[in-house]
Design a protein around this ligand. Structure first.
Ligand code: ADP
Ligand code: MG
Length: 374
C-alpha cells in the first residue's frame, strides 16, 4: 500500500495536526505508564524540527461524549510532554479545550495539545461535521495512532476524508509508518520458514488470527488455553482444563492447512496452566530456526511465576533467533517485559486490537483512508 510519509514532507510554517494514541493510565493526576507517550515523542520532535506549528490530539479512556469529566482530561499528558520536549520548546505545551469554537492558535515551534477528542459529540460515530472542524484547524494531517486505526472515528478516518475534500495533505506519521512496514514485512512477503506462536486463554478470540496465519506460516505453535482445544481435537484428554468444545472442527480444519506444534502440558489439579519445560525446549529449537516469527499470546498463565516457565523459554528463543520477529498484544508485551527479552524482538506492535485485525487480514479504515495511487 502506498501512502505519504511525514518524514518526506516540507512542513516549514505549516500547521500540522498529529493524531497520536496518548491513551495512558493516569493516577492522581500523574501518568503511571508512559510507553505510548515515549513512542509518540520522535514524531512530535520531527514535526518541530521541520519548522511546523504542532497540534497533537488523542482520546483518553472512555468518557461520555458531551460530558467532559476531569479524570479523563489530557492535562497530565500536557505536563509530561512539556517536560520531555523542554529542550526543543520555549513555551510549555498548552492544553486547549475550546479549539472547536476558538481554533488552536499555534505558532511554528509551539505544541498545542487538544483536550480529549472523546469529549466531543460525534467523535466515535465518525460525525462528518466534527471531522471537518478538526480538518479546519490545520494544513497537514498526520495519522500516527496505529492502536486506533481499526476504528473509523472523527479524529482518525473522518478527518482524513475531510482533509482530502479540502484538497489538503494527509500522511502517515513515523510511528504508524514503522508499524505498517514491520507488519507488511512479516505478513506479505515473509522470509520462510515463518513460525507463529499463538497463545492466550481462548481459541474463539484467536480463531481468525489462526486462520490467516495458517495461510502464511510453515508452523504454528499453539499454546495456552488454546492448545487444549487442539489437544482435545486430536482426541487427547485435557482433564478439567479450559477448552472450547464447539471449536473442535475448526481446530481440525486449521490443522490441515499448516503444521501445528502442540506442547505437552503441565497442570495443577488436572488443569493445564503451562507447557512442560522439555516440550518448551523442543519448541524453542523450531523458533531458533525460523526466519520470520510472529508472536501473540502467552503460552501459560505467566502472571503466576509457577506457570511462567514455558512462556519464558519461548520468549528467550524469540530473543535469540536471528529471524525477523514481531510481537503484539497487551499480555504478550507484558511477558516480554517480565522476561526482559525486548532487545531481541525486531518489532513490538503498539496496537492490541489493531494488531490482531491487521494479522487477520482486515482493512484498517484509518489506514485505508491514507492510501494514494502508486
Ligand atoms: P494478548 O493480550 O497478548 O493478546 P491474550 O489476552 O489472548 O494475549 O491471552 C493472555 C492470557 O491468557 C493471560 O492472562 C494468560 O494467563 C492466559 N493463559 C495463557 N495460558 C493459559 C492456560 N493454559 N489456561 C488459561 N489461561 C491461559
Ligand atoms: Mg490480552
Amino acid at each position: 500500500m502506498n501512502f505519504l510519509r511525514m518524514s518526506e514532507l516540507n512542513l516549514t510554517d505549516k500547521v500540522v495536526l498529529i493524531r497520536e494514541d496518548l491513551n495512558v493510565p493516569i493516577k492522581d493526576g500523574k501518568v503511571t505508564s508512559d510507553a505510548r507517550l515515549q513512542a509518540s515523542l520522535p514524531t512530535i520532535k520531527m514535526a518541530l524540527e521541520k519548522g511546523a506549528a504542532v497540534i497533537v490530539c488523542s482520546h483518553l479512556g472512555r468518557p461520555t461524549e458531551g460530558n467532559p469529566e476531569a479524570v479523563y482530561s489530557l492535562a497530565p499528558v500536557a505536563d509530561y510532554l512539556t517536560e520531555k520536549l523542554s529542550s526543543q520548546l520555549s513555551t510549555p505545551v498548552r492544553l486547549n479545550s475550546d479549539y472547536l469554537t476558538q481554533g488552536a492558535n499555534v505558532k511554528s515551534g509551539e505544541v498545542v495539545l487538544l483536550e480529549n477528542v472523546r469529549f466531543n459529540d460525534g467523535e466515535k460515530k465518525n460525525d462528518a461535521t466534527l471531522a471537518k472542524k478538526y480538518a479546519d484547524l490545520c494544513d497537514v494531517f498526520v495519522m500516527d495512532a496505529f492502536g486506533t486505526a481499526h476504528r473509523a472515528q472523527a479524529s482518525t478516518e473522518g478527518v482524513t476524508q475531510a482533509m482530502r475534500q479540502a484538497d489538503k495533505t494527509v500522511c502517515a506519521g513515523p510511528l504508524l509508518a514503522a508499524e505498517l512496514d514491520a507488519l507488511s514485512l512479516a505478513l506479505e512477503t515473509p522470509a520462510q520458514p515463518m513460525l507463529a506462536i499463538v497463545g492466550g486463554s481462548k481459541v474463539s478470540t484467536k480463531l481468525e488470527v489462526l486462520h490467516s496465519l495458517a495461510e502464511v506460516c510453515t508452523q504454528i505453535i499453539v499454546g495456552g488455553g488454546i492448545a487444549n482445544t487442539f489437544l482435545a481435537a486430536q482426541g487427547h484428554s485435557v482433564g478439567a482444563s479450559l477448552y472450547e468444545a464447539d471449536l473442535l472442527d475448526t481446530a481440525r480444519d486449521i490443522m490441515t492447512k499448516t503444521e501445528i506444534l502442540l506442547p505437552e502440558a503441565i497442570g495443577d489439579n488436572d488443569m493445564i496452566l503451562d507447557i512442560a519445560p522439555e516440550s518448551a525446549k523442543q519448541l524453542a529449537d523450531a523458533i531458533i530456526n525460523a526466519k520470520t516469527i510472529l508472536w501473540n499470546g502467552p503460552v501459560g498463565v505467566f502472571e503466576v511465576d509457577a506457570f511462567g516457565q514455558g512462556t519464558q523459554i519461548l520468549a528467550t528463543a524469540v530473543r535469540d533467533s536471528d529471524g525477523f520477529s514481531i510481537a503484539g498484544g497487551g499480555d504478550t508485551l507484558a511477558a516480554i517485559d517480565k522476561y526482559q527479552v525486548a532487545d531481541g524482538v525486531s518489532y513490538m506492535s503498539t496496537g492490541g486490537g489493531a494488531f490482531l485485525e491487521f494479522v487477520e487480514g482486515k482493512v484498517l479504515p484509518a489506514v485505508a483512508a491514507l492510501q494514494i495511487d502508486a
